[in-house]
Design a protein around this ligand. Structure first.
Ligand code: BGC
Length: 926
């Protein structure tokens, strides 16, 4: 029997705060006979009720095999209302399943100030909205930031509550309190957007927190991205803080339905009060937080607190709010330290054993007023002290760079607990000073903080190095998901660099379910688009996008690559609808600036970054060539131009925009022709003769078919000059890895993946890396650290090789022409001496599993496919090899259809179920 589970609305489970009037629903099918083959769904029925009440939508039986992206087609959704829904499905034999467990979503409020979602002719009154805060930011200081305001008001509920929700947001970041408790477990809400245009709100179910009678609601605010430091800002604009404003503001709307049927609402407004006398004396995402426990205000968030000395808030209207579409940032897990040292008296260094993003929590004691300092770092120096040079600290300015320093001033009455809330750090080591005693290992723990996108991938193999690389990639991804995909979590940058996430996006989707996250961030990217069509190099674009940091090839192309992957991986057609116009404008701008279709004019405002951090950027590495790694910038940029035009044409095709499809396919063909004329010689040599150049041209299918194998050979030959090493930068590396496999050089790809000399992933791991480094030569034996002004040890771009591991080692590939994982291609290619691999990827249709064992003669592959998905299985064979499934020749195996044998492979089509394939090689395996 099939059973629909994991019901989600707009990618979220039981979301509170949906502001889209046609939300999309999904479920995952489970079967109680996982061994049964070819199970499929032939129909579904959805029933949605407005809370316990009237039916808002009864779809009736719909003949369809879709389990995701199902658009709600019921009655007009009401603000603040909760909708409960369930689904049942029909299987291949026409049998209905039982109804699923009920799931729910809750609409956000709407009206002026809240959201644009409601239908224009909806006559309902708008929710009045005020943004409140301190009348004048008295504690504002350009260098130090500002103290956290506390805000509060009380209200009375005339009876018991049936259901209550609060929607809240801030210009700044906030923590919401009700009756003495923090509401929810979010951190750093409302997260980062271009606050000039749009601010996100968050919703909370607070039914259990309210009582009949007096209640108190409160909030604590901090600068965050809105008013705090932002990376690059100091360098480029000579301003340190306050990019979007200095006046921290808070907005909330509480909607309580009482048992009696009465609805009570409480909103931010003039009846709130504010105090600047709370314990958080300053906080900043980059600088850190200072908490003075002597200034705690017991009871401020409970009813009955005497706030007569607090002052009335300042109120004004604010920007447009929209619901947060991505999973919250929160404390996701906790790390216990692995070592504690004392390099000099009173200086304690905890090693958390893992580089990560977040903060620490420490149980400590100190005298009244004693200050304990926490300084965070990724590495230790040669003397075992924390290495902080790569935080871009200027020794002449104690407030420069990303200080990553928290301070706690003790209350002084026994054990106290320090844990910051409005900052985060990228670190593995934390130095604690100011204690009058030697702390123990257990006193401190690491709190891992990031956007809590659901884990999707699990990988392990017989190769310990490969497993460690994969773990490091996972940690690097997690360290850089904070509402935006950041380049790094430690130095004063932490920007949503589009090139980095463009190359890493598929690896990211294998590791975690990124659909909600990318829905959010692609909005940021589109909002940063300049009037002339340039896509920003990072988003949100805190600097004016018309002026600088936009239009860079390989970075701007995130606007074609990521929506396309989101469509292929999750079947998200809406993201194409939302992104198409931006992609089109990006291509039109590219064409206008490059009339002969070769990208050689400096039309973008920053120089072309190119294949960033390729071998030409290595510092003092004897034995490797100084030049010759970097693909010439115009070759690089033109290749991207052709590729993005082709992706834009494909988007148009899906959307049924025939005219646009033709136009961009034609543009892509013309750019490709120009590329070949200008840069490719008859014998397949691409200008520059770089690994990267061949990798990009092959990956983008730019070369005439005849030249492709030749170019692949040249790509491999280009390793020679580097004594077998890669010379690629972070944009081309994973493309090269994939092309090596595609053109028959899987052995070379495995060799690179498992290599241990610099440059390689193995080198990072062997030298202490627990996350992926920004630069291949971030630290090199004998030479030491690279230039500290740009040397992060937690950058995922080079970790994009995770995509290759999933596609080649695990062998799991979403299929472009059957998006949303209706079909996956299972194509494991054994190599590198691996004897075993085990992988599970949880797709939007359910978990796909591949486990294989390889010996010289036998390749055994277990494939499991969830109900309602099909797979094309491609296994390597040699002449004379015998392929069986469950001991039966594949041609006779139940549920297996052999599609054919070609080029040393056998291709088969299967439906759901678990299959055990064995390839007995006739000769040595290809
Ligand atoms: C960032 C990168 C980014 C690059 C753009 C760096 O400072 O850390 O990862 O893509 O700038 O050139």
């Amino acid at each position: 029997m099939l059973q629909p589970t994991r019901l989600r609305c707009e990618y979220l489970v039981d979301a509170v705060g949906i502001d889209c009037l046609e939300p999309r629903l999904s479920w995952v099918l489970q079967t109680d006979h996982p061994d049964r083959r070819g199970e499929r769904q032939t129909g579904w029925q959805i029933i949605v009720r407005r809370d316990a009440g009237a039916v808002a939508w009864n779809s009736g039986r719909v003949a369809s095999d879709e389990t995701a992206q199902i658009v709600y087609r019921g009655r007009l959704l009401e603000p603040c209302a909760r909708y409960r829904w369930k689904v049942r499905v029909w299987d291949g034999a026409g049998r209905p399943s039982a109804w699923s467990l009920e799931s729910s979503w809750t609409m956000g409020p709407w009206g002026p100030g809240w959201t644009n979602a409601r239908a224009n002719n909806d006559p309902r009154p708008a929710v009045p909205m005020n943004w409140i805060g301190e009348p004048l930011p008295a504690t504002w200081n350009e260098r130090e930031g500002q103290a956290s305001p506390l805000l509060r008001r009380e209200f009375t509920l005339p009876g018991p509550v049936r259901r209550a929700v609060v929607f809240a947001s801030a210009l700044g970041i906030y923590e919401l309190h009700l009756n003495g408790r923090k509401v929810g477990d979010r951190a750093l809400a409302p997260e980062w957007t271009d606050y000039h245009r749009r601010v996100q709100y968050q919703g909370y179910d607070v039914t259990g927190l309210l009582v009949s009678g007096p209640n108190a609601i409160g909030a604590m605010l901090a600068p965050g991205w809105f008013a705090g430091q932002l990376g690059l800002g100091g360098d480029f604009l000579a301003i340190k803080r306050g990019f979007y404003g200095r006046h921290l503001r808070f907005a909330a709307y509480l909607h309580a339905e009482l048992e009696s049927g009465t609805v009570v609402s409480v909103t931010t407004g003039p009846d709130w009060k504010v105090s600047m006398e709370g314990p958080i004396r300053s906080s900043d995402l980059l600088a850190g937080e200072t908490y003075d426990a002597r200034r705690e205000v017991p009871g401020w968030d409970r009813p009955g607190y005497d706030d007569s000395r607090w002052i009335p808030v300042f109120c004004r209207m604010g920007p447009v709010l929209s619901a947060q579409p991505n999973e919250p940032i929160r404390v996701v897990t906790t790390l216990a330290p692995v070592a504690l040292t004392e390099p000099s008296p009173g200086v304690f260094i905890y090693d958390l054993g893992q580089n990560f993003a977040g903060w620490v929590r420490m149980h400590l004691e100190g005298e009244h007023g004693a200050e304990v300092r926490f300084r965070h770092a990724e590495m230790l120096d040669a003397d075992g002290r924390i290495y902080r040079d790569n935080l871009r600290l200027d020794p002449k300015d104690s407030r420069s760079g990303a200080q990553q320093e928290d301070r706690y001033v003790c209350r002084g009455n026994g054990e106290e607990v320090f844990e910051p809330r409005f900052t985060y750090h990228g670190f593995r080591y934390v130095e604690v000073t100011g204690l009058a005693y030697k702390p123990s290992l257990e006193d401190l723990e690491g709190r891992v903080v990031h956007s809590d996108a659901t884990a999707a991938g699990e990988f392990s193999s017989s190769n310990a190095l490969l497993d460690r690389i994969m773990r490091a990639i996972g940690w690097t991804q997690d360290s850089n998901l904070h509402g935006v995909p950041t380049d790094c979590p430690q130095r004063d940058e932490r920007l949503g660099w589009a090139g980095d996430i463009q190359v890493f996006s598929q690896a990211a989707m294998f590791n975690r379910d990124m659909a909600g996250f990318f829905t959010k961030w692609l909005r940021d990217l589109r909002e940063g688009q300049a009037a002339d069509g340039r896509i920003p190099d990072f988003a949100p674009h805190a600097l004016e996008s018309e002026v600088r940091f936009s239009g860079n090839p390989g970075w701007g192309d995130a606007i074609t690559v990521i929506p396309w992957r989101q469509y292929v991986t999750y079947g998200d057609r809406r993201i194409l609808e939302e992104s198409f116009e931006s992609a089109r404008r990006w291509l039109d701008w590219s064409e206008r600036g490059n009339p002969d279709l070769l990208w050689r004019y400096r039309q973008q405002l920053t120089p072309i970054y190119g294949d960033w951090l390729n071998a030409d950027t290595f510092k003092d590495i004897p034995g490797l060539p100084r030049k010759g790694g970097e693909v010439p910038k115009e070759v690089y940029a033109t290749a991207w131009f052709a590729h993005s035009a082709s992706l834009t044409a494909r988007m148009a095709g899906v959307l049924g925009r025939t005219e646009d499809e033709r136009r961009y396919a034609d543009l892509s063909n013309r750019v490709t022709a120009a590329f070949n004329r200008a840069y490719v010689s008859k014998d397949g040599r691409i200008r520059g003769d770089t690994q990267a150049g061949y990798a990009l041209a092959l990956s983008f299918d730019l070369l005439p078919v005849r030249l492709r194998p030749i170019a692949a050979r040249r790509m491999v030959a280009a390793f020679k000059r580097y004594h077998g090493a890669l010379s690629t930068g972070f944009i081309s590396t994973v493309r090269m890895m994939n092309e090596l496999v595609r053109w028959g050089y899987a052995g070379e790809a495995y060799r690179l993946a498992l290599r241990r000399e610099m440059p390689s992933w193995g080198y990072m791991i062997d030298h202490g890396g627990t996350t992926i480094w920004e630069r291949w030569d971030g630290w090199v034996e004998g030479r030491g650290f690279q230039n500290p002004s740009m040397n992060s040890f937690n950058h995922y771009a080079i970790g994009s090789v995770g995509e290759w591991v999933w596609r080649t080692v695990a062998g799991i590939n979403p299929c472009e022409d059957e998006p949303g994982c209706r079909r996956v291609e299972i194509r494991p290619v054994p190599g590198g001496g691996l004897t075993e691999t085990r992988a599970v990827w949880r797709t939007i249709r359910g978990p796909v599993g591949v486990a294989w064992q390889a010996s010289r003669q036998v390749f055994e592959v277990e494939v499991s496919i969830p109900p309602n998905m099909r797979a094309t299985v491609v296994l390597p064979t040699a002449a004379g090899s015998v392929v069986t499934e469950g001991a039966v020749p594949v041609a006779k195996a139940h549920g297996v259809r052999v599609l054919g044998r070609r080029q040393g492979t056998i291709r088969m089509d299967i439906g759901s179920g678990t299959y055990r394939f064995t390839v007995m090689q006739g000769k040595a395996r290809a």
